[in-house]
Design a protein around this ligand. Structure first.
Ligand SMILES: NC(=O)c1ccc[n+]([C@@H]2O[C@H](COP(=O)([O-])OP(=O)(O)OC[C@H]3O[C@@H](n4cnc5c(N)ncnc54)[C@H](O)[C@@H]3O)[C@@H](O)[C@H]2O)c1
Length: 330
């Protein structure tokens, strides 16, 4: 697959940009397509860059007709759970309708390999932890429902039209590649590790932990953090696996869970400061514990996260914000 050409939709965003960097290092030729709604032009680095909205059917078809891509990687989405509850219309348009537009453009132009960013939010409130892929899917937010709807579309398009796809259900993407100029820069930042790191470095005044009465060891939520470059690696492996397996659904996580307070402790320790976050109420839709059973990814694509220990993740994030206190604005 080295020297192959791939299209990375949403490649100026957090996960997509790290994937593009990794794919480039694997020798793939990259075209990034992004509307820059939440992404950053600098994050796409020196990849060929097309500024376009995925819902722009003619721009997409033009791109897919101009050259053949050996794989299409679809990271572009709206992905804030709370926003999806307040404004589901955005999520069904930007996630579901855009995926439909993409699949139709793929059909029309003879493209048949897609790797799709799904999420553990498709499971809803887990009945079993670690969560295996055959756990019931009962998403509780429009965000999770939009992603599950796309997974169903992918199943139907494979059966009817032979479009092969891998849905990769990420747990919590974390970490970054600060020495390659890549980090996490979401506005607002709803992810715990960058929020705690910015607080530890004095870049923000306040840090709130949402809920301390969950049935976990210290009362705060437990999450499974996976390094974004480990995620990137899984995407390359998933594309290769589509050669033999036409429809793939995989959890991507480490199987280890860290409570919010354990993350705060680790960030404080590595930043060399003592942190006292404020306690706030639970956030609606936050299950106590989300940890992956990722054994299928190990068995099917030979994926084993090697960068996902909490120390490494936190050190990367602290380094990124130390170098770039204003994120990509620097
Ligand atoms: N970050 C996580 O922890 C996490 C966890 C589970 C799943 N995911 C999924 O991974 C994907 C990437 O997440 P992220 O954290 O990198 O988000 P992000 O917001 O940083 O990146 C999304 C990128 O897609 C672009 N985009 C959005 N809508 C577009 C459109 N209609 N046309 C063109 N470009 C568009 C944005 O400008 C941005 O660059 C998303 O699909 C998300 O649902 C992320």
């Amino acid at each position: 697959m080295s020297n192959g050409r791939i299209l990375v939709i949403g490649g100026a965003g957090y996960v997509g940009s790290h994937f593009a960097l990794h794919a480039m290092k694997c020798g793939l030729q990259i075209t990034v397509m992004d509307n820059l709604s939440t992404g950053h032009r600098a994050a796409a680095r020196d990849a060929e860059f097309v500024k376009a909205d995925l819902a722009d059917e003619s721009a997409l078809r033009e791109q897919l007709s101009k050259m053949h891509f050996d794989g299409i990687f679809h990271f572009a989405a709206s992905c804030l759970v709370g926003e999806s509850v307040a404004n589901p219309s955005l999520y069904y348009r930007n996630n579901v309708l855009s995926a439909y537009t993409l699949l139709e453009a793929m059909r029309a132009t003879g493209h048949d390999r897609l790797v799709f960013s799904s999420t553990c939010a498709v499971y809803g409130e887990p009945m079993q932890v670690p969560i295996p892929e055959d756990h019931p899917t009962q998403p509780i937010s429009p965000y999770g429902r939009s992603k599950l709807t796309i997974e169903w579309m992918l199943e139907d398009y494979e059966r009817a039209y032979g479009i092969r796809s891998a849905s990769l259900r990420y747990f919590n993407a974390a970490g970054c590649e600060p020495r390659d100029g890549l980090g996490e820069d979401h506005r607002p930042e709803t992810h715990l590790i960058p929020a705690v790191a910015r607080y530890a470095l004095g870049l923000v005044d306040d840090l709130v932990i949402f809920g301390d009465d969950y049935p976990t060891s210290d009362g705060t939520c437990v999450r499974d953090y996976v390094h974004v470059t480990d995620l990137a690696e899984a995407h390359v492996k998933a594309l290769a696996c589509l050669e033999d397996v036409p429809l793939i659904r995989l959890n991507l996580g480490t199987g280890a869970g860290y409570s919010n307070l354990a993350v705060v402790e680790a960030v404080g320790r590595i930043a060399g400061t003592r942190l006292s976050p404020r306690r706030g109420p639970r956030r609606p839709g936050d299950p106590p514990k989300l940890v992956a059973d990722a054994s299928r990814a190990a068995n099917l694509i030979g994926w084993k996260p090697s960068r996902s220990d909490l120390e490494r993740i936190v050190s990367d994030v602290i380094e990124w914000f130390s170098r770039h206190p204003n994120g990509y604005e620097d």
